[in-house]
Design a protein around this ligand. Structure first.
Ligand code: COA
Length: 211
């Protein structure tokens, strides 16, 4: 079942974010980024707390196993995330992560160095992130979430949506292409330590207004 997300889904969304957080693969037990809460603060909790009306979840057997989160205000979203989340991220980072999970602390500093300007591609006002728990992928849930999210965007008058992924996430690339996304830009750079040849790929989808 695909349904709009609720604030009570936050813990499940955190878990899914972490279990798919290493370029689509599971961070649990990987020896990387042991601080799950910090990972969620950086990558998903902004949307749950401040743009919940844009989020949908996939539920199976009463359990939330997937989500699609995003924003219809991509132009201001990066600044909003900084304003609302950075104080919490910084507090956790220096008061806890730095001594308890030093590898995660170093990774965040690295991400900060490689961070882009957060500007959406020209003409794009909506962005998304989609993640399905391992064990529930390839059952049509991603397609269902994408359909719900893009239908809502169309209702709101959006004509397109974009996302960012990487050359190391082949299943996401295959999924997005199947959904009709095309590549808009590709930028070499470093993200995860120890991952060579990393390219950040921006993809976009035009939304037909009458379906
Ligand atoms: C990418 C992801 C969201 C796809 O969701 P999903 O529920 O598994 O996808 P669906 O079952 O709806 O697949 C729809 C189509 O996408 C393509 N596809 C999906 N997963 C694929 C895979 N692993 N390999 C090849 N094609 C794939 C197929 O064409 C599929 O249609 P088919 O099953 O009829 O062949 C999911 O695999 C996932 O969450 N991965 C981990 C997190 C992640 O990488 N998120 C994206 C970060 S940028």
């Amino acid at each position: 079942m695909i349904r709009p997300a609720r604030e009570g889904d936050a813990a499940a969304i955190e878990e899914i974010c972490y279990r798919t957080g290493f370029m689509g693969e599971d961070l649990a037990g990987s020896g990387r980024f042991g601080d799950r809460k910090l990972f969620a603060l950086i990558f998903c909790l902004y949307y749950v707390r401040y743009e919940i009306e844009s989020c949908f979840v996939a539920e199976q057997d009463g359990k939330v196993v997937g989500y699609i989160i995003g924003s219809g205000r991509a132009g201001t979203c990066a600044a909003d995330i900084d304003r609302r989340m950075l104080p919490r991220i910084a507090l956790r980072l220096f008061a806890y992560t730095s001594w308890r999970h030093p590898e995660a602390f170093r990774e965040v500093l690295r991400w900060r160095r490689h961070q882009g300007d957060g500007c959406p591609p020209p003409g794009y006002r909506a962005l998304l992130h989609i993640n399905i728990l391992p064990g529930y992928q390839r059952r049509g849930l991603g397609s269902g979430l994408m359909a719900a999210f893009t239908a809502k965007l169309r209702e709101e008058g959006h004509g397109c949506v974009y996302l960012e992924t990487s050359n190391h996430n082949q299943k996401a690339l295959d999924f997005y292409r199947k959904c009709g996304f095309i590549e808009l830009a590709r930028k070499a750079g470093g993200f995860w330590s120890g991952v060579d040849d990393f390219e950040e790929i921006t993809m976009g989808l035009r939304l037909p207004m009458h379906q």
